[in-house]
Design a protein around this ligand. Sequence first.
Ligand code: FE2
Length: 305
Amino acid sequence: MGLVTITREDLAGGITGAQASLLCTKLEAGDILYFPETPVPIAPDDLAFLLGQQQTDSSLHKNIAYKPNLDKLSGVDTKTADAAAVERLRRIMRDYSQHVIEFLTGFLAPYQGKWRLDYASFRPQEEEGRDLALRKRNDLLHTDAFPTRPTHGARILRFFNNIHPTRTRDWLVGDPFATVVKEFAPAEIRPEPDNALSRAAKGLGRAVGLGKAIPSIKRSPYDDFMMRFHNFLKENARFQAECAKHPWQFPAGSSWMVYTDTVPHAVLAGQYALEQTLLVEPEALVAPETSPLKVLERIAGTALV
Ligand SMILES: [Fe+2]
C-alpha cells in the first residue's frame, strides 16, 4: 500500500475509463490518492473566513459537520452563534460539498451514481494534544465506523483538503484491513460455517475480546463488527505499539482521498481541514474481494449483511 500522486497535469490531460478503474482498484486495496495541488480549491475570501474562525471568539471554532442532503450544519450552538457567520459557513460548506462531488463524478467514473452522499466537515482545531475520550481520539490508529450511521456493507470513502496556509497535516497509516484483522484478531475468529448471522458477528466480536454485541436493530452483523473493531483498535495497546506505521505529511493546499474503513489511520498534528464523506455501495466496487465485508465474510464463512 502506498501513496498514488496525481498532479494537475495528470488531471488536465483527462482520466480515461481504464485509468479510473485502476485508481478505484488501488483505493479499494488501501492506497491513498494524493493531489499535491487540490483539485477542489476554496475561494480566497471563503478561505480567509474559515481561517479566521479560530482567532476570534467565534462559536464556529469547533469541528462542525455539514449534512448535504438537508443543507444543515450540526455542532453549531445557534443560540450564541452570529447568524450571518453561521449562514456564511453553511454556504461555504454547501459549495465545498458540491465541488467535491462534481470533481469525483468525473474522476471516479466507475462509482458514478452508486454512492450515498454522507456528511462533510470543517475541522479548525489543532489535532496535536487534543483532550478527547479514548474512543474519540484521532491520534490513535483506527479504521472508521459510524456509531449512528451503519453502512450495511457500503464503504467509507473520504476526501480531504488541508486548508492551513502553511502547515502540513500529519498522518500515520497502518496496513490494510485484511492484514490487521489477520495479524491482531485471534484464530478463533472463524465461526462454524452453519452459524446464524448473529452468531457469526458475535464470534467475530468475542474473538477480539469485545464481549457481547452492541444492541442495535438497525446495524447489520457487519456494522456491529466494524464498530467494535474501531473501538478494539483504539483500546488495544499491543496493536498501537506493534502495528505497521507509515507517516504521511500532507502539505498546505493539498488534497487526498482514502477508504478510511480499510486503512488504519491516525492524525497526529495539523489544523484546518475540510472533508467530504461518501458511502460507496458494494455493487459499485471494482475489486470487491478486498472490501472489509468480503474479508469478514470469508473469515465468518457466511453473509454478514
Ligand atoms: Fe478516522
